[in-house]
Design a protein around this ligand. Structure first.
Ligand SMILES: Cc1ncc(COP(=O)(O)OP(=O)(O)O)c(N)n1
Ligand SMILES: Cc1ncsc1CCOP(=O)(O)O
Ligand SMILES: [Mg+2]
Length: 532
């Protein structure tokens, strides 16, 4: 019956870029602060601007299917009119014939028959069209407190619609209305997730604006926390609460921004962090437009560091110390990554001043002599030698620095590395990971992989130039950045043009026809970085 594959959505999942059209299916708000009007502003407003030259990143385009006309202003809703089913059908068919969606965002549904009609459409999605990702923002309770979705509708939503939903975005009132679970402790979110899962939902993003304070998460006293889970893992976004009464349309705008990010080829967890930032920036600027609470403002792609959340994969991470690591120069220059002390010496002799020993999958015993030799060479050539993975050995022999990946972060003793006074570089593969790593105040952040690479099996999708450029400019006054992954000589200039200070390469040097010539060429373009 269902066309939904029973796969778990992964946080790093990226939609294929065949279209960037988002259908928003919901109600018209005559005050335009919420509903379809807010959705269109958020979907089209969150277009990734400043595309780097050669970028293939698509921009989002909103289409709408109106289910309901509401008569409302900033103070109240006086009437709600359900659009007849045949008119819904007409809107659906027109769009399907011409502008099929990458993402469908569903919000206000006015009757059980509208819910059933929509579930039928999704059930019979044309076999020849790729399946869109479906987000459902329940809109049971508006931020004004108005009840917009009555009990019988929620019942058919549970029975008919939820099995089609890839990302459900309820606030705490909606969680209570749909599951009977009040979100008082963090564990309640897991219980609520399990309940939603019984109805077939693939993942749930609990919108924090209304979660309020969780008794066991101290930070939620002062911070707003959104949490997403697919049943396998959790992702959290936290920001300082914006004290404002002008938050009309926050929930709609958040879910619409999420849809926009996904349609434009951002991984789910990255679209999550970007949508969170989009709403934060809009709330900070919100003002009254009528006599009641004003709407969240739509201010385009978020570009200010202070609007972005702290992110975490586990609530325990919020307790990690954030005193930071020993700094390194913001300009690390050309940064070869090599697998032996022999390669290290060869490149250091050619003038390289930042380099990494990446000798994979050795026991600490087997790696130790290589690490000792690499550190000696660093001292001899007055170069910055980073040790990949073997952080205990890096501490033991006082390396200049260590480089760790996201998974290593779960195992390594971050406090021990920080107090050893050695530098740390962290790998990141998108906005979410970048924000998670930045919370630890490392010495630099590596952004990758930029292009496809054969050097390493990557679970994530190449980020490309635009995403690199966005993150580099966001991090400009925060942390040094390094670009890595698939960067060869023909691509070097455009990578450099993003403003990234350092470029890390493996094959571009180790597989160069003439290593001496290639190294000189790269050093000419990127430089060797700051002197110690
Ligand atoms: C400069 C730089 N950036 C990223 C990586 C990748 O590190 P990691 O994610 O730990 O993966 P492995 O290199 O260990 O496979 C790197 N090594 N250097
Ligand atoms: C280690 C690593 N981490 C992300 S991409 C990558 C490999 C980069 O190698 P290359 O420069 O040969 O594409
Ligand atoms: Mg590693």
């Amino acid at each position: 019956m269902s066309w939904i594959p029973h796969t778990v959505i992964q946080p790093y999942q990226v939609l294929s870029q065949r279209t960037s059209i988002v259908w928003t299916i919901g109600g018209s708000d005559s005050g335009a602060g919420a509903g379809i009007q807010a959705d269109i502003q958020a979907i089209n407003g969150l277009r990734a601007r400043d595309a780097a030259p050669g970028s293939t990143l698509a921009v989002a385009q909103a289409c709408s299917i109106i289910t309901t006309v509401t008569a409302q202003n900033s103070e109240s809703t006086s009437d709600v009119l359900a659009v007849p089913l045949d008119m819904l059908e007409q809107q659906w068919m027109q769009l399907l014939a011409d502008m099929p969606p990458a993402v469908i965002k569903i919000s206000l549904l006015a009757s059980p028959s509208q819910v059933e009609w929509l579930a039928d459409q999704l059930d019979s999605w044309p076999a020849g069209l790729p399946r869109p990702l479906v987000i459902y923002d329940p809109v049971a309770i508006a931020s004004s407190g108005d009840v917009l979705t009555a009990e019988p509708i929620l019942e058919s939503v549970k029975q008919e619609l939820l099995r089609h939903i890839d990302v459900l975005t309820p606030n705490s009132h909606e969680v209570l209305a749909m599951t009977g679970i009040a979100l008082l402790f963090s564990g309640d979110m897991q219980r609520a997730y399990d309940k939603f899962r019984e109805y077939g939902v693939k993942s749930v993003l609990f919108k924090g604006g209304h979660i309020g304070q969780l008794m066991d998460v101290e930070l939620t006293e002062t911070h707003v926390m959104d949490a997403w889970s697919n049943g396998d893992c959790w992702r959290y976004c936290l920001s300082a609460k914006v004290e404002t009464k002008h938050g009309h349309g926050t929930g709609c705008s958040f879910a619409a921004a999420l849809a926009s990010g996904l349609a434009q080829g951002y991984a789910l967890e990255d679209a999550f962090a970007i949508a969170h930032a989009y709403v934060q920036q809009g709330l900070k600027a919100a003002v009254a437009q009528g006599k009641g609470p004003g709407p969240v403002l739509h201010l385009g792609w978020p570009t200010h560091w202070q609007d972005f959340p702290r992110t975490a994969n586990d609530l325990c991470e919020l307790d990690l110390p954030t005193q930071g690591f020993a700094p390194c120069p913001s300009d690390l220059g050309l940064y070869p990554v090599v697998n032996s002390p022999e390669w290290l010496e060869r490149l250091l002799q050619l003038g390289v001043k930042t380099i990494q020993l990446r000798a994979k999958d050795l026991s600490d015993g087997a790696a130790e002599p290589l690490v000792i030799r690499a550190i000696e060479l660093g001292r001899k050539y007055q170069a910055r030698v980073f040790i990949n993975d073997y952080w205990r050995l890096a501490i033991k022999h006082q390396a200049y620095g260590v480089h760790l990946g996201q998974e290593d972060l779960d195992d390594a003793n971050i406090e021990e590395i920080a107090s050893a006074g050695i530098r740390i570089g962290l790998s990141t593969h998108g906005y979410f990971e970048m924000l998670r790593a930045a919370a630890l105040k490392p010495s630099y952040l590596a952004v990758g992989h930029i292009y496809p690479t054969t050097t390493k099996n990557m679970p994530s999708t190449p980020q490309g130039l635009t995403k690199l450029q966005q993150q580099v400019s966001l991090l400009k006054s925060v942390l040094p950045t390094v670009a890595i992954g698939g960067i060869d000589w023909p691509r070097a200039k455009q990578v450099r043009a993003t403003g990234v200070a350092s470029i890390a390469v493996v094959r571009a040097l180790t597989q160069a026809e003439d290593v001496e010539v290639a190294t000189a060429q790269w050093l000419g373009l990127v430089g060797a970085g700051a002197l110690q």
